[in-house]
Design a protein around this ligand. Structure first.
Ligand code: SF4
Ligand code: SF4
Length: 90
């Protein structure tokens, strides 16, 4: 499937441990990435500063569901399940 532009669940819900311009420590779970525009697009799209993990996150029905609410719920559960190993405080 293709990423639903404007969804941005994966740029908000999950934690990103690599540095992001403006967020040198990475992004905690549940926090909007500073690189997200008001209409939920990535300012770094296609740029080398974009964390590799962002480019490697492929949209899938398992992760994104069929509506933005699905993605927020599924990723929230995923984040909860992986948080202890990722070492991020919640
Ligand atoms: S959760 Fe899926 S559909 Fe939503 S922004 Fe991320 S990749 Fe795109
Ligand atoms: S850098 Fe871009 S793709 Fe990565 S979390 Fe931030 S807004 Fe999303």
């Amino acid at each position: 499937m293709e990423c639903r532009t404007g969804c941005a669940a994966c740029c908000i819900v999950i934690s990103i441990s690599s540095p992001i311009p403006g967020m040198p420590e990475g992004k905690p779970a549940g926090v909007r990435c500073v690189q997200l525009t008001d209409d939920n697009r990535c300012r770094l799209f296609g740029k080398p500063e974009r964390p590799a993990v962002c480019g490697s996150l492929a949209a899938s029905i398992e992760m994104c569901g069929s509506a933005d609410e699905d993605a927020f719920r599924i990723l929230g559960e995923l984040e909860k399940a992986t948080a202890p190993e990722s070492g991020h405080d919640r």
